[in-house]
Design a protein around this ligand. Structure first.
Ligand code: OOG
Ligand code: MG
Length: 260
């Protein structure tokens, strides 16, 4: 690509998604893709999706856990958009025919009862705006080869968003200890990983507060009714064909996802 701009970056990322073809890092060719510019690419990419009929249903956090930061080589949390086209109903398989190289990660999800607008949102205030807490899975799929990216690349790529599942089991936030909430991840019945809510910036409500404060810098807020994915608790696992991936939480219940 001769000249990178916000528009050409959006074109290229949408093309890779549509054609199910990964590619090199944009930052290798466009070093000026700093964090501010990358969020402008992300927002312009969302605007294209909204123009095409998609609806914003929430936000996601990424790289909120050390396990994920270490694996991806990026040590800063980030946010991305969730749209209705990314919703995977409980029980539906990962659509392998529509994805490039999907991975699955367990997450704690919030459904917002009230609008949450930064700046200066504390975890306590953030949690007070939550209507219910849910077990979730995110299916991530990077538009970069081997999920190899710098922070600017992955922010522009809407934080590797692809699909997500939120359990219909809604648990009220009151009385939950979300830092201590444990989850066990399994593949085809074999345990592969485990974590607690502490993995997510110390507490998932800290991730929610961070999202509200980050959005406020762009003049935006988290709206009532939105879903918030607080970030993978463990490293993500490959969504290979024929796998059944399960997560069992202490009090949020269980979810399973097939990849057929
Ligand atoms: C970036 C997205 C990370 C999470 O929950 O940490 C993310 C990636 O790992 O490709 O969604
Ligand atoms: Mg995630």
């Amino acid at each position: 690509m001769a000249e990178w701009t916000i528009d050409t970056a959006v074109d290229e990322l949408l093309r890779r998604e549509r054609e199910r073809q990964d590619g090199g890092r944009i930052t290798d060719q466009w070093p000026a893709l700093d964090l501010g510019t990358a969020y402008r690419v992300q927002d312009a990419l969302l605007a294209r999706k909204v123009d095409a009929g998609e609806r914003v249903v929430g936000v996601k956090l990424g790289l909120t856990s050390r396990a994920k930061q270490r694996r991806m080589g990026v040590d800063s949390p980030l946010t991305g958009w969730l749209t209705d086209a990314m919703v995977l109903p409980e029980g539906a398989p990962v659509p392998l025919a529509e994805t490039i190289h999907p991975r699955v990660e367990p997450e704690i999800a919030f459904t917002m009862g009230e609008r949450l607008a930064g700046p200066d949102v504390t975890p306590e205030r953030a949690l007070a705006a939550v209507a219910s807490v849910h077990a979730g899975f995110e299916v991530i799929d990077s538009r970069y080869r081997d999920f190899s990216f710098a922070l600017g690349d992955v922010v522009a790529d809407n934080a590797s968003s692809c699909r997500f599942v939120v359990s219909s089991t809604a648990v009220p936030p009151h009385g939950l200890d979300l830092a201590a909430e444990g989850c066990r991840l399994g593949i085809d019945g074999d345990p592969v990983d485990q974590a607690t809510g502490t993995a997510v910036l110390g507490h998932p409500a800290a991730a929610l507060a961070l999202a509200a404060n980050d959005l406020a810098r762009r003049g935006l807020a988290i709206e009532a009714g939105w879903t918030v994915l607080t970030g993978g608790l463990t490293d993500a696992v490959l969504a290979e064909p024929g796998r059944t991936i399960t997560v069992d939480f202490d009090t949020l219940g269980s979810l399973s996802l097939t990849t057929a």
